[in-house]
Design a protein around this ligand. Structure first.
Ligand SMILES: [Zn+2]
Length: 424
């Protein structure tokens, strides 16, 4: 049993949060046992458990990154291409190297370290098309005891030959990986067609069959990111009425489907995606970096469509979910909508968990949830510390942390109550 005395902040739902200026979080066997004001809880608990004093820090649930590529760290900051060029010139050549298990293991460990240093405790991860790559991701998550959803990327056309799998293997390999990893440790498997362009209808049928046999398995893919991509998709699937209809046709748009980007949706696609209960994943630094467009966060929020934020590394330019949320604020502002710090922190924690179908396990400090949390130490950035002096309300403080903060603010990361410290 462990207890942390700190400023504690978490959401109860999309509008209500709790903030304890002097709070106490009690953890038993990795799960939340109690949370509240120190004064209210101290008598009951101070005899039973040693209290760690972190009163100068802010303790909150770990960040959730709902769309990230475990195989693209080394293409971050590759210059000057839009989506399809960027894939061809930079990304596919790098992903080819992940057929080598040793290379995959090393790169994957570096990748996880970057996420954790930035306070990300849960992510939805794309591997390369190779099993070795997916296994490296799952094994590292098991070693760290991290709550991760990941899938082996499926591609069988419009990519270099060494990144195209044999279409007939899609079902068999997918099933093998589901059996190996689904529900093991804190893992979930996701069916992962990269996007419509790189899958034949035959491959999508096999993924549909897997979804029918294992209906609890989620799906992750890209949609409507870039105009050229949308045009290619229409040309490849002329019988489908729009991009979303390609995935709908193969039974892949349901609750726990994570649709990355969704920037250029038609009114009809918005309507259908809402009915489907699928989740939209907003990747603002990636959308700005590749010049893809400005996601309509206002609409997603007001329609109460399950929504999460994501770095989309390597198209994204930062592992930091603080920087990602700051970019989401700016993208919305360019569309004339002002998001609040509360909305954005909700999306980084409980909202993200909900979008990934994990809100019964993580996202806040409800009793019984897995104790994945971070300590934010504003004194680690002089500018933030100074700015907070003049911030009066909690919301002003959170906003300054979000706009000015980055990985330097993350003092410590805890997975199921166990600390991970990183030396720089
Ligand atoms: Zn992506």
């Amino acid at each position: 049993m462990k207890a942390f005395r700190s400023r504690i902040f978490h959401f109860l739902n999309r509008v209500h949060y709790e903030y304890f200026e002097d709070g106490l979080l009690i953890i038993h066997q990795g799960l939340v046992k109690a949370v509240g004001h120190y004064e209210d809880l101290k008598e009951e608990w101070s005899q039973q458990v040693e209290i760690v004093d972190e009163r100068d820090k802010l303790l909150m649930p770990g960040f959730i990154d709902a769309h990230i590529h475990g195989v693209q760290t080394a293409v971050m900051a590759s210059y000057g291409a839009d989506l399809l060029q960027w894939l061809e010139e930079y990304t596919f050549p790098l992903e080819s190297q992940f057929s080598d298990a040793d290379f995959a293991k090393k790169a994957t460990q570096f990748f996880f370290r970057q996420m954790l240093k930035n306070g990300t405790t849960t992510a939805a991860i794309y591997s390369s098309v190779h099993q070795e790559s997916l296994e490296a991701i799952m094994e590292e998550a098991l070693r760290l005891n991290m709550r991760i959803q990941a899938g082996k990327t499926n591609m069988d056309r419009n990519a270099p030959t060494n990144l195209c799998e044999n279409t007939d293997d899609t079902y068999l390999v997918g099933e093998k990986l589901i059996r190996k990893y689904e529900g093991k440790g804190r893992l979930n498997y996701l069916l992962t067609p990269r996007f419509a362009i790189t899958s034949t209808p035959e491959q999508l049928v096999q993924l549909q069959q897997l979804k029918q046999k294992y209906p609890q398995i989620g799906v992750q893919t890209h949609i409507s990111e870039n105009h050229e991509e949308i045009a290619s998709t229409k040309a490849l699937f002329p019988e489908r009425k729009d991009y979303l209809d390609v995935y709908e046709h193969y039974g892949l748009v349901e609750k726990n489907t994570l649709l990355g980007h969704a920037i250029h949706f038609s009114e009809d696609e918005w309507k259908r995606v809402k009915q489907s209960k699928a989740s939209l994943i907003h990747c603002p630094t990636s959308n700005l970096f590749l010049g893809s467009g400005l996601f309509n966060l206002q609409k997603a929020w007001e329609e109460d469509i399950p929504l999460a934020l994501a770095s989309d590394v390597g198209g994204g330019s930062s592992f930091s979910m603080l920087k990602t949320a700051a970019a989401a604020y700016q993208v919305a502002a360019l569309r004339g909508y002002k998001t609040t710090a509360l909305q954005l922190f909700y999306l980084l924690t409980l909202g993200g968990a909900k979008a990934m179908g994990l809100d019964d396990k993580i996202g806040n400090f409800q009793i019984g949830k897995e104790a994945d949390f971070i300590l934010i130490d504003s004194s680690r950035i002089e500018l933030v510390e100074e700015r907070l002096q003049s911030a009066k309300t909690l919301e002003e403080k959170l906003f300054a942390i979000l706009i000015l903060g980055d990985d330097r603010l993350i003092d410590c990361v805890y997975l199921m109550g166990k600390s991970l410290k990183f030396e720089d």
